[in-house]
Design a protein around this ligand. Structure first.
Ligand code: ZN
Length: 70
């Protein structure tokens, strides 16, 4: 599926061409107008809302060794 947003200059469809992750919840997405006579490129910012991760990230637990009595 193509991610598209109408070009703010001519109204033709703009297609997402590049995506850069800014943080865990924010992406910068570059669009390019599909109309060759326009060719406008524009940057958008995609942010999750609310901008918090539901489950806090945590360090992966190291395997525990069972303590058996000798
Ligand atoms: Zn355009």
């Amino acid at each position: 599926m193509r991610f598209t947003i109408a070009c703010p200059h001519c109204g033709a469809r703009g297609i997402a061409r590049a995506m850069k992750k800014e943080s865990v919840t924010v992406w910068m997405i570059d669009f390019q107008c599909d109309d060759v006579t326009c060719g406008h490129t524009y940057r958008t910012r995609l942010e999750m809302f609310p901008p918090v991760v539901p489950i806090p990230m945590r360090k992966r637990n190291e395997p525990m060794e069972f303590a058996f009595n000798d």
